[in-house]
Design a protein around this ligand. Structure first.
Ligand code: XIL
Length: 348
């Protein structure tokens, strides 16, 4: 029976399979996200989350597609979690924990003991050393037990080391004045006891590269490590655009590795003076590139977490007059040159 080419099932089948092949190829060839690229290298790349923004679809989608680790920008701080004495409010923090769990992002806890963003009842009270210790212990224990299995690492203590001589644990902040310089060690003891599985971090700024503050932090960590109280150190890394990793960063990372400590970049951003220009964005991209290259070159650096991800929501304009645009997505969630630089480093 004669039949024309139009009726034959063979060409139709061929066309159908070709179309499928092209479509599959398009999907496979689509540019990968930072998350996918980091995952391939066993690295964690992440961002701090402002809970109210989770209601915004673009924000949520970008966060879960681009990152495999996150942290709350404010929701895990003491003023948020224990607004009244013995009364804990986990609403916002739980929201992030659920988001992280659903989307398979690791979650960092920031931060248990800090002299800033403390609840009013605490900062405005008069306390003996013993009361201070009990308050600290109750807070650490309650919060860590609540998030057991959900938060993999905690910034147990934030910003305890002084910025000037005599370098060492501050005795001029709330905890130093109330408890004394051993408040850091006490906090780590309580944390170890509350969740023996959690990775315990000391987190600070200005101690990332070489310098007297980095040396003081190192000495503190050495003492804590000798008692098996600490596992890692967080380098906040709020830097000015133009920053480059130098030998001081490598040497510091290596001596911490020798001590048996892991490192995470915990609050990365590169700020510059507004308005933005293509040149400034290019310089910023090179700073991000330098940081990620450095991270990947040091086996004990486990994660690189940005302090936000979109310029729509960043602490910089509120804290550094005239500065901003410090992150890798613009106000409309469009990737900036800094994003491309990070993707490029992960690809090569
Ligand atoms: C900042 C938040 O980004 C702001 O929203 C808040 O008003 C103040 O704190 N070092 C830290 C972070 O450890 O907790 C700080 O976060 C930024 C500096």
């Amino acid at each position: 029976m004669p039949h024309g080419p139009g009726c034959s099932p063979l060409p139709l089948l061929l066309i159908a399979s070709l179309t499928l092949l092209v479509a599959t190829h398009r999907v496979l060839a689509a540019p990968s996200t930072l998350r996918e690229l980091a995952q391939q290298r066993g690295f964690h790349i992440g961002a701090a989350v402002a809970i109210p923004f989770l209601a915004d679809t673009d924000y949520r989608e970008t966060l879960r597609h681009q990152f495999n680790i996150c942290v709350a920008e404010n929701a895990f701080k003491m003023e948020s979690l224990q607004p009244y004495r013995h009364q804990f409010n986990f609403n916002d923090a739980d929201q992030l924990a659920a988001f992280a769990q659903t989307n398979h992002l690791r979650l960092r806890g920031h931060t248990l003991v800090w002299h800033s963003q403390m609840p009013w009842w605490l900062s405005h009270g008069q306390w003996t050393r013993d009361e201070g210790l009990r308050i600290m212990e109750e807070h650490i224990t309650t919060v860590m037990q609540h998030f057991k299995g959900k938060v993999y690492a905690w910034d147990v203590v934030n910003e305890a080391v002084s910025d000037q001589a005599p370098w060492g644990v501050r005795t001029d902040n709330f905890w130093g004045k109330t408890v004394g310089a051993d408040y850091v060690e006490k906090a780590f003891e309580f944390a170890r006891r509350a969740d023996s599985q959690a990775v315990l971090y000391y987190n600070d700024y200005g101690a990332e590269g070489a310098g007297p503050k980095a040396d003081a932090v190192f000495q503190l960590l050495k003492q804590l490590k000798a008692k098996n109280l600490v596992d890692g150190v967080g380098w906040q890394s709020h830097f000015e655009s133009g920053w480059k990793a130098d030998k001081g960063y490598v040497a510091n990372a290596q001596r911490l590795a020798q001590l048996g400590l892991e490192i995470s970049i915990t609050e990365l951003d590169f700020r510059f003076t507004l308005p933005s220009t293509p040149e400034k964005l290019a310089t910023q991209a090179e700073s991000y590139r330098s940081m990620l290259r450095f991270c990947l070159s040091q086996p004990n650096i486990k994660a690189m977490v940005l302090w936000g991800f979109t310029d729509k929501s960043s602490w910089i304009p509120h804290f550094f007059k005239g500065q901003g645009d410090a992150l890798i997505f613009d106000q409309n969630y469009r990737p900036k040159p800094a994003y491309d630089a990070l993707a490029d480093v992960l690809l090569h």
